[in-house]
Design a binder for this molecule. Structure first.
Ligand code: SDX
Length: 453
């Protein structure tokens, strides 16, 4: 494709910029030389029109509601693959052969135990600590317990850290849950698959035998696959930025956990169920829609809208189907929250405000309902999202470290602060140019009182 040419306000050609071709989706104008050749920068807070990197991992077609992991559509992967298989695909680029899957599964299984001393970390938290605070603390500490795999320039150590994190996140997450409910930690079992093992660590107690339900494991598998990766979302971009300074992968994933925790990112699944519970009945839905449209009201329909999807989030479609199957298989009948969610979706998708802004249900709208049906408490929803997204974060971290083009992330800025000015002696300072409004009080001996009385 032909270069893009930049002209100055007088129409003179300032510079030409090559176009980088995408496999599918938007191409990119390579503006790396812009500042040096034209003395200007681009301005794009939120990076709505900016490619921060090149990546071969995930592609989102926001207009048509398509999500591809290494070219495979998300619904096909949910239908046919295990989460560990999808993790292999995201990390290494191809679906594994039986031998590759067996070897990767073995490695992940045999890294699932946590250093025993880490269990005392949990006891430093209050029992009512949010599980994301616990995850953040424990994952951030992992490099202190596994210093033999933090050299990011050593491919073997990179792989060991990746396998350790994927293997230990379910253990760490389940321990965070057990701690909040005062039950003993449950060790992983090597005879169980990834999702069944997680449910075992979450719900079994020493007092009686526990066999994870195949139905719940299947729902958990779908949930983890759907949430595993999503291009350069806020938390993945955070992991790439932290990793660009060559910080160790444990620190990078801890940074990803921090970003995902935000209520308009990964924290939305928790917010959706809280919102539905607060709304309570269909009679309250029209007012909720009204409030969501009112710019003076901070209320937003959680689980709706997306920076990239301007059509139905394919993950919401999958989640809704999985949830309906779960309701049937568990014979849960009509879940009032699900009925409320479907009615809220119907009302919103008939309302011009949402239609014009292309605000559809996103991944978080139905995921919370699935987790609730599995028996996971609301405050654990984002932690489960982090468990799943750890695979995406590590896939992008690995891709970035291996990319010869990648440099430390250091954006420029549009500076709008004061130009250089002479130092202001304290005797002549004022608050925004007006005399400082100090509380009235007795002037020091020999000093005029500045203001006040
Ligand atoms: C995730 O990036 C990813 O891929 C993220 C994610 C992933 O897998 O990593 O998909 C996971 O984070 C999903 C999103 C979960 N968050 C929520 O459900 C929170 C509710 N959604 C909104 O906060 C919002 O839609 C965002 C944050 C998701 C997107 O924000 P944008 O792209 O900055 O969009 P915007 O805020 O500029 O909204 C555009 C317009 C605005 O109105 P106008 O100024 O044009 O009049 O739509 C309105 C917004 O006020 N709007 C909403 C709304 N979302 C956007 N109005 C009411 N309810 C909403 N939910």
């Amino acid at each position: 494709m032909a270069d893009y040419t930049l002209h100055d306000p007088d129409g003179r050609t300032v510079a030409r910029f090559p176009v980088l071709d995408a496999t599918v989706g938007a191409n990119s104008v390579d503006v790396r030389a812009l500042l040096d050749t034209a003395g200007i920068t681009t301005y794009d807070p939120g990076f709505s029109s900016t490619s921060s990197c090149n990546s071969a991992i995930t592609f989102v077609d926001g207009d048509n509601g398509v999500l591809l992991y290494r070219g495979y559509s998300i619904d096909q992967l949910v239908e046919h693959s295990s989460f560990v298989e999808v993790a292999y695909l995201l990390l290494f680029g191809e679906l594994p052969t039986p031998a590759q899957l067996q070897s990767f599964t073995h490695d992940v299984t045999y890294h699932s135990m946590l250093h025993e001393q880490l269990s005392s970390f949990y006891r430093g938290f209050r029992r009512d600590a949010h599980p994301m605070a616990v995850l953040l603390g424990v994952v951030g500490a992992l490099s202190a317990f596994y210093p033999d795999s933090i050299d990011v320039f050593d491919p073997r150590q990179r792989l060991v850290s990746i396998e350790r994190l994927i293997a230990k996140m379910p253990t760490i997450t389940a321990m965070a849950y057990k701690y909040t409910i005062g039950q003993p930690f449950v060790y992983p079992r090597n005879d169980l698959d990834y999702c069944s093992n997680f449910l075992h660590m979450m719900f079994s107690v020493p007092a009686e035998p526990y066999e994870p339900s195949k139905i719940l494991s299947k729902a958990m598998n779908a949930l983890l696959i759907v949430q595993a990766d999503h291009e350069q979302n806020a938390s993945t971009s955070t992991v790439r930025t932290v990793g660009s300074s060559r910080a160790n992968p444990f620190a990078c994933v801890a940074a990803g956990i921090s970003s995902l925790w935000g209520p308009i990112h990964g924290g939305a699944n928790e917010a959706v169920v809280n919102m539905l519970q607060e709304l309570g009945s269909k009679a309250n839905l029209p007012d909720a829609i009204r409030r969501a449209k009112d710019k003076n009201d901070p209320f937003r329909l959680m689980g709706f809208g997306h920076r990239v999807y301007k059509s139905y989030d394919p993950r919401a479609k999958v989640m809704r189907r999985i949830y309906e199957e779960l309701l049937e298989e568990l014979d849960l009948g009509n879940d009032p929250l699900f009925e409320l969610a479907k009615e809220l979706e119907r009302l919103a998708l008939e309302d011009d405000y949402f239609v014009q802004r292309k605000l559809y249900p996103n991944v978080d709208f139905y995921s919370g309902l699935i987790m609730k049906a599995i028996g996971i408490p609301i405050n654990m929803f984002t932690a489960i999202f982090a468990l799943s997204r750890t695979v995406g974060w590590l896939s992008h971290w690995k891709e970035m470290i291996e990319d010869p083009d990648q440099r430390i992330t250091r954006p420029r800025q549009l500076y709008v602060g004061p130009a250089q000015r002479p130092y202001a002696d304290i005797a002549h300072r004022s608050v925004n140019g007006s005399p400082a409004k100090l509380p009235a009080g007795p002037a020091m001996p020999g000093e005029k009182s500045i203001v006040g009385g």
